[in-house]
Design a protein around this ligand. Sequence first.
Ligand code: GUN
Length: 288
Amino acid sequence: MQLLDGKAMALQIKEEIAGEVRQLTQQGHRAPHLAAVIVGEDGASMTYVANKEKSSKEVGFTSSVYRMSEKTTEAQLLETIEFLNNDPDIDGFIVQLPLPKHINEQKIINAISPEKDVDGFTPINIGRMVLGEECFVPATPMGICTLLKRYGIETVGKHCVVLGRSNIVGTPAANLLSRKGFDCTVTMCHSKTQNLKELCLQADILVVAIGKPEFVTADMVKEGAVLVDVGIHRVPDATKKNGYRVIGDVKHSEVDAKCSWTTPVPGGVGPLTIVSLLENTLKAYKRR
Ligand code: GUN
């Protein structure tokens, strides 16, 4: 079993981006600017946004975070988005999800200018992605693709089973991996899928984004499969200094031995997600 080491790969790609930003600023250009909007104080969201801010600064981007109260109204958030859409200093921005229940998430996403939608969540970018046109691809599936590509994993004609059909991961991942370039035969599974175990056992490449801790066990994985675990969950662990450890959607202690390649959790897909957001921001900057 070999590791798809997302942490090491993210470091390498960040160095590449930082080099490009250095060149641009040495030539007298301004640095790319990524902004993030966070509404409320959800712990996981605050961690994500802090990581995005840290990574942005590491590669030399300008980073700003708009922190808004849990009580923010939909109209106030729409106003902030309008401001960011029109601010010439900002190349791209994200609105951290989930949003508080009283705000219509899709309405907010729809208000983001497609040219600044570095998360690739707007209908225009999703439509362009499905048509194979130039677009911003959502960061997590883009990270999965980068990991498979840079490690030279054979994908052409392989059976790829994607567990999960979210708009952010499962659906775009299934689409991208079936397209020219990856050429997988893709099966997408979800909570209503029958014979889930039998389908997983057919997978040459198994992408797990189902959001359930250690859902995939050894009896569901074919010998020699490539395993990509997108899950990230905190579970209490008294032996750790911070009181918790991070686990994925796969029971790695029993599954990894069967795999040809596997992503660790943490340190697999996660670091590549942030790097993909940086890559999209650099692309937005260059377009402008
Ligand atoms: N919440 C969980 N993942 C993401 C992401 O990739 N982007 C945004 N905006 N919110 C998220």
